[in-house]
Design a protein around this ligand. Sequence first.
Ligand SMILES: [Zn+2]
Length: 143
Amino acid sequence: MDINEWYKSAERGTSGDMVYDILGDWKEEIEQLTQWIDDLQSKMYINCVYCGHRYGPQDEVPATMAEALKEHIEICEKHPMSKIRIENAELASKLIHREEELEPLRENLRGLLEIHEVLKEKLEEKDKELEILRHEIRIKDKR
Ligand SMILES: [Zn+2]
């Protein structure tokens, strides 16, 4: 427990209890690190270099060590891949949000393109009518 968490805690005991809690956390971490060192020195295990997660001994690992390592990397919170996975999820979420923001604009653009097509057709009709009128005027002028 962090000292600030302890101070805010309603059930906090004496400062001695707090020290005991903190030492308890450290004791656990020291035990994990000691286990890691023992594993490394025994050469029977392979450990994740980021969190110390133990694989092995080799005869107890179901698949190959490479496969076990690959499976662990996918869930290891301390592996840099975790940070990338989180960033990737955030970016994907932002992308989906942007897509949602763009959809009404796309809809407006489709509407404008349809109006543009209709106006273009009308303009072509008027051009044809104008051409016919010019032709009739030329015929009348010749008489
Ligand atoms: Zn790990």
